[in-house]
Design a binder for this molecule. Sequence first.
Ligand code: ZN
Length: 215
Amino acid sequence: MQTVMDIQKAVKGLLGGIASPQEELPEHLETWEDHLAAYQQANEVSDAATWYKVDILYSLVEKFGRTSLAEFAKQVHERPTTFVSYMRAAKAFPKPTRVPELSFEAHLQASYADSYKDQKFLTDNRFQVLEQAASEGMSGQRVRNEITKQRAEAQKEELKATDPVKCKRCDSSEPEVYKFIFYSPEVKNAVEVWLHRDCFEEFINTIDKDHVSND
Ligand SMILES: [Zn+2]
């Protein structure tokens, strides 16, 4: 049976060996590229560690229920809101869907491309966003900006799709058009007609004329 020590050793191995604040830097750190590469590697290690924590929590919730998160947060000195993000990321991107070249933050931000309710995602836009992020090498912040932009565009399209109500007499939607209800006793039917206040009277006259001419 694995002891806690065994698990700690395994985790240290998995996360690239950087597991102490006294960790020595590699010896031949000379050029700009060396520093860049070392830093990027450290970023990969910390992202891997974050995903590892995400998966630990997912396992915890499966075994002890969602209500266990609050007490667990207290014991590991994490904010409950951090755990909320972690659980969202776990649900959004199961292991096979995660892109190693992208940061944890980029994944988390991509999850905001979809609505999330009662621990379920209602849509699946996030995978496409992640694909785009991977092909363009986006940071978390850029993914966030991209989603904001896409949302604004979608909203604009939606507004375009709903035609403004037009006045029945002059065919214009400006200024405000009002709904009038006409009732015909003969056909026992109410008819809704949208008109400008100023167009109302003209419209009534037209009906009268039509009525007279039809007689
Ligand atoms: Zn009008």
